[in-house]
Design a protein around this ligand. Structure first.
Ligand SMILES: Nc1ncnc2c1ncn2[C@@H]1O[C@H](COP(=O)(O)OP(=O)(O)OP(=O)(O)O)[C@@H](O)[C@H]1O
Length: 495
């Protein structure tokens, strides 16, 4: 704790709590954690705190939710100090409250009465992110993942990955499905039970595993990723369990494997469906006993690592086909999370695209601010078979190859323009349904009046986008006002 002592930059901490004694208690913790924040500013009334947030800089804001009338009031504070780290505290803590507070701008959450150590750990963690050469309040840039191929084993130390504490924030998406996922992550994070994540490639399974680790008590320890598909079959055992000198040709030293490196932290087994059957039984034994042996060793070792695994295959089909051990599956499949493909949560597409555009525009020193209407419509209706990864790579490609204030239709890669030039799936679907639903008893045989056909198509599009007029309009390539106008005319007809 307080690892920045001796090189600490001043940190401006503000504490808002209607109870003066609570505020003073919190303030005492700050001073104890580091001399850098030895003089926190206390507020018991929201108005003066809000005023100061607007006028003066703030690095850490510790805010009591009851004092501001609940988490809904938090946003007003967050917008006044967008660069500050906000720790929300509440005497009425619950998972949904914590999730709502995070959505409203909090980075962390504590339920009252909290131990001084718990608060100290949170503040200390924030302080440890600050380096002398960085402006204190600047959030660290998001780490840019290297292009494929991914490393076989990735070890992330809390200290070397500043933004991991904001794991949930990095998972962009406010669709109903993503809100459910955020909720599940918050509930699962404190548990020790294994988590089993399924979902198509590129849907964010690793990001999800990372968020669970970040929000757990294991966060100060390592998050170790082992990509089972990327490791040659004969090396995978030594990658997981390590080896001793002389265990095989080339084993010149003793080496800890991923399981040992994750001791106290989380071991993420990506692409678990690719694991060889012989190794599956070793993994099962490790899960049952918590013990293992390094390759070539006689000594048994014990570690405490939480297991999270992920696959983009259907695990039950793999069991039926004899490729995956059923007993291992039931050991691992304790807390399941399924990440839906991007095409099933279209509301998330534009916020993700905008986020990637902002990030890559800064990285590549371009001038983009957004997308024009045509580009937006195509981005929103394209099927994105490669999910978020494909969207991310597409935006990166656009930014690298072009410049301007807005991304235009012409800048989109050909495959995306071509696909959208053919009618998107939703439109085909509605036409199919239209054909199937034509009433046979019409005065002119099977011919339905044009306005009724239009109405059916528009209503199908609205259904496909859960009533979202902007998205339905984009898919139909008409303006939202056309939908409003048509709806009025249908109402007039039925009067
Ligand atoms: N909700 C999200 N918000 C922001 N970025 C996301 C989101 N989901 C995925 N990404 C980004 O998309 C890329 C792919 O995500 P990730 O590696 O977690 O997917 P995956 O499901 O594990 O893929 P694979 O099955 O191929 O390993 C990453 O760069 C990740 O940061």
């Amino acid at each position: 704790m307080g690892t920045n002592e001796g090189q600490a930059l001043p940190v401006i901490v503000r504490v808002l709590d209607a109870s003066a004694s609570e505020a003073a208690r919190t303030s005492a913790v700050c001073a104890k954690v580091s001399s850098a924040c030895s003089d926190p500013i206390l507020y018991t009334d929201p108005a003066s705190c809000l005023q100061d947030l607007a006028d003066k800089s703030t690095h850490i804001l510790i805010i009591d939710l009851e004092t501001i009338g609940g988490e809904d009031g938090l946003e007003a504070y967050a917008v006044r100090c967008p660069k500050a780290v906000i720790i929300a505290v509440s005497a009425m803590g619950s998972v949904s409250r914590a999730v709502n507070a995070m959505r409203a701008g909090a980075h962390d959450f504590l339920t009252k009465p909290f131990s001084l150590d718990a608060l100290a750990a949170k503040i200390s963690f924030q302080l440890d992110q600050r380096k002398p050469s960085q402006p204190v309040a600047e959030p660290a840039p998001e780490p840019v993942r290297p292009p494929v191929p991914q490393p076989v084993v990735t070890v992330i130390d809390a200290a070397s990955e500043p933004s991991t504490a904001l794991g949930l924030e990095r998972m962009i998406g406010s669709s109903r499905q993503m809100r459910d996922i955020h909720d599940q992550i918050m509930r699962m994070a404190p548990s020790q039970a294994p988590v089993f994540i399924t979902g198509e490639s590129g849907t964010g399974k690793e990001l999800c595993a990372n968020a669970i680790h970040d929000l757990s008590a294991r966060q100060p320890n390592r998050f170790v990723t082992l990509n089972c598909a990327a490791i040659p079959r004969d090396l995978i055992e030594s990658e997981i369990f390590g080896y001793v000198r002389g265990a095989f040709t080339g084993a010149a030293d003793n080496r800890a494997g991923a399981a040992e490196q994750a001791d106290g932290g989380t071991l993420f087994l990506d692409e678990i469906g690719e694991m060889d059957l012989m190794l599956q039984s070793k993994l099962l034994r490790f899960l049952q006993t918590g013990t293992f042996q390094r390759l070539g060793d006689t000594q048994s070792r014990k570690v405490d690592a939480r297991i999270i695994c992920a696959t983009n295959r259907d695990p039950l089909a793999d069991i039926t086909a004899g490729r995956f051990r059923e007993d291992l599956y039931y050991r691992l499949h304790v807390l399941p999370i399924h990440l839906p493909p991007l095409r099933e949560r279209r509301e998330d597409i534009l916020p993700l695209a905008q986020k990637f555009l902002t990030r890559f525009t800064a990285e590549e020193r371009r001038n983009f601010h957004g997308f024009d209407a045509d580009a937006e419509a195509v981005i929103m209706t394209y099927a994105w078979p490669g999910n978020v990864r494909q969207l991310e790579n597409t935006i990166r490609q656009i930014v690298v190859m072009n410049d301007g204030a807005a991304v235009t239709f012409d800048m989109l890669p050909m495959i995306i323009r071509d696909q959208s030039a053919r009618s998107p799936a939703v439109i085909d679907l509605s036409r199919e349904r239209l054909r199937a639903n034509v009433a046979p008893s019409r005065p002119f045989g099977s011919i339905e009046p044009l306005w009724a056909q239009e109405r059916r198509i528009i209503e199908d599009a609205l259904d496909a986008f859960d009533g979202n007029i902007a998205m339905a309009a984009a898919a139909l390539e008409i303006s939202p006002s056309t939908i409003y106008r048509k709806r009025q005319s249908w109402t007039a007809r039925s009067l």
